[in-house]
Write a protein that binds this ligand. Structure first.
Ligand SMILES: [Zn+2]
Length: 264
């Protein structure tokens, strides 16, 4: 897909639904964003199976748009800018469907950690590079719970098993490794999904669904993990066991939440 080129630079583009501010794919090109966009449409029409192309096929082409995010001089720098943009937009909550973290790998040059670090150092502080934080046109945007629920519904089944970009990634290989959410975000999530906000609020599974779940679980010893034992025997019964790590964690978190409440 990444062709041999005589270009000395290019641009970073982001694809999104026209009606939404959230980007779903970031790419680089030495051509125009519009030309690259139409190549993507063609590949989608040919039926390629990736989360991004699956998503493209779910929408009318007229509802999609490719924005030019950044113009970059230098091909190394262009690859690094793509990596930076992907990392940045993901950190802002944009659910990018990119399979890779960007750069000229794995379809072309595979970047080593040393190359990335060298490129990062070269590009740090360069004028006109990726705009982070408040300088980013995307900064400060957020989506309503209803909107996000709609998206969740839309992408149901898109990320199952090996189709999940993080399939088989564990520990430091997982993009979420060592990532912690700020307390404020955790409280907002907790509030949004409590009671009526819980997608399962007031619902009970149909006999068919329960039969399916039961079949899947047959022969699997229960509870399947320390965490679910904790939920079943402690949380659900209102019991706190000082010997249970999850009880200790929950109590610490509850305390943290209470303290930040009284700070206000
Ligand atoms: Zn417990």
């Amino acid at each position: 897909m990444k062709e041999i080129t005589t270009a000395t630079g290019g641009l970073i583009y982001g694809i999104r639904l026209r009606r939404e501010v959230e980007y779903r794919y970031v790419g680089l090109t030495t051509k125009t964003a519009s030309r690259r966009f139409h190549q993507h449409l063609r590949v989608a029409a040919e039926g390629r199976r990736t989360p991004f192309y699956d998503w493209v096929r779910k929408h009318d082409a007229e509802d999609l748009i490719a924005d030019e995010l950044d113009w970059i001089e230098g091909l190394d720098e262009l690859g690094q800018a793509e990596i930076d943009w992907i990392a940045y937009l993901r950190s802002q909550g944009d659910r990018l469907l990119n399979l890779s973290e960007g750069g000229f790998g794995p379809t072309g040059l595979v970047w080593t950690e040393d190359m990335r670090e060298a490129a990062r150092l070269r590009s740090t502080g360069r004028k006109g590079l990726s705009r982070f934080g408040e300088e980013n046109p995307f900064f400060g945007n957020s989506h309503s719970v209803e909107q996000r629920r709609k998206w969740a519904e839309e992408r149901k089944g898109t990320f199952v098993g090996a189709d999940n970009p993080n399939f088989g990634k564990f520990g430091p290989d997982h993009p979420g490794f060592a990532h912690t959410m700020p307390l404020e975000s955790r409280k907002a999530l907790s509030a949004a999904f409590t009671g009526e906000g819980n997608p399962n609020f007031g619902k009970s599974a149909s006999a068919e669904t329960r039969a399916k779940m039961s079949a899947v679980r047959k022969g699997v010893p229960k509870p399947s993990s320390r965490r679910s034992a904790h939920t079943r025997h402690h949380t659900n019964k209102g019991i706190v066991k000082p010997t249970c790590q999850h009880c200790i964690d929950d109590a610490a978190q509850a305390k943290l939440m209470r303290e930040s409440e009284t700070d206000k």
